[in-house]
Design a protein. Structure first.
Length: 352
């Protein structure tokens, strides 16, 4: 009787911790979407200082707004791009950046405070606390990386470094993936899944898909940072050619992979085709295999997400990256990564 009570209490504790992890993962998803909006509205450089605590308070008076505006007027983006901007227009971009930073602070509290409570009450599984502390530390590092990104556009540039932007986005997606994995790890594996016999190679393919999706996120950040989506707005060809003429216009050749907008967009397209093809093959293979229905559903969901994201990317490109579609493309990429991580977990459970 006592053992049954303890088991029930532990199950309930796992459920509460899992709800917390899923909730924080949802907030990170929102953060990725808001970050996309901040980038697409060119709002990222509107706050020229990094004040982790006092920065949570926005300008509260007209004098404070004018002071913040004057600081923005000193940077190259204002002087070379937005010269003559009105105070109301500045407030628009300021609120996007402030909201992005405020949401980051809120996520930090939403993760740290419940973690302290769960640890104090002994609701965490043995060995879980270091994992959660690692995610918390990564979140703190992400805040510093955010300022590292902004600082790259305050002196000699009119925008931020696309290298730093890619780092910032990749860390955000890493945090999201870790949260999804940790939440899944608290799920009780169904008896039918425990009895399934799935080849280890299937889990390998699922892992490769996660890796490619993650790499595609980095490529997408390069596309965004170089504004590569504003050129070659045709599909399936790039202005009538399979391989555009200026694919390797820079020297040495490897510089094109990270500096040439044409090459970056071409690689982003190419990797999309690869991961969609692999995802569809993976799903079809599992449809024909004697595997549990949950594994099949997960594979179909992943394949559908990959196809949907690719189609959304094509539509976004053809419409020359309007803000709404650009935000949707970045947000759905985060959802696809979460689906891929979830699928990897399910497949590994079935193969274990």
């Amino acid at each position: 009787m006592v053992q049954a009570t303890l088991t029930l209490e532990k199950t309930n504790a796992d459920r509460f911790v899992q709800i917390w992890l899923v909730s924080v993962a949802f907030l990170v998803l929102c953060m990725i979407i808001v970050g996309g909006a901040t980038r697409l509205t060119d709002s990222g450089l509107s706050i020229t200082e990094w004040k982790p605590i006092l920065g949570a308070i926005p300008p509260l008076s007209e004098a404070h707004w004018l002071e913040a505006f004057e600081k923005y007027r000193q940077i190259p983006e204002y002087q070379l791009v937005n010269k003559g901007m009105s105070l109301d227009a500045f407030k628009f971009i300021y609120w996007w950046e402030w909201g992005h930073r405020f949401l980051g602070r809120f996520i930090g509290l939403a993760f740290a405070v419940p973690l302290v409570v769960f640890a104090w009450r002994g609701m965490l599984r043995p060995g879980a606390l270091p994992k959660y502390l690692g995610v918390l530390a990564l979140g703190g590092l992400q805040g510093a990386i955010g300022w590292y990104v902004v600082s790259s556009g305050l002196v000699e540039r009119v925008d931020v470094s696309h290298y730093r932007l890619a780092l910032h986005l990749c860390v955000a997606f890493m945090i999201l993936g870790l949260l999804v994995w940790l939440a899944m790890d608290l799920s009780e594996k169904p008896a039918r899944l425990r009895s399934a016999r799935l080849p280890a190679s299937v889990a390998t393919v699922a892992f490769v898909i996660v890796c490619i999706v993650y790499a595609q996120v980095g490529l997408g950040a390069f596309v965004a940072g170089l504004k590569a989506g504003l050129a070659y707005n045709t599909w399936p060809l790039m202005n009538g050619r399979v391989i555009p003429d200026d694919l390797f216009a820079m020297s040495p050749w490897f510089v094109n992979l990270v500096e040439n907008a044409t090459t970056v967009q071409f690689n982003h397209r190419l990797v999309a085709y690869v991961v969609v093809g692999l995802g569809l093959w993976h799903a079809i293979s599992l449809m024909r295999a004697p595997v549990d229905v949950d594994v099949r559903k997960s594979a179909l969901l992943l394949a559908g997400g990959l196809v949907g994201q690719t189609m959304l990317g094509i539509v976004t490109l053809l419409h020359v990256v309007p803000i709404g579609l650009g935000i949707a493309h970045q947000g759905f990429a985060a959802i696809v990564l979460a689906i891929a991580v979830r699928h990897l977990f399910i497949v590994r459970q079935a193969a274990a």
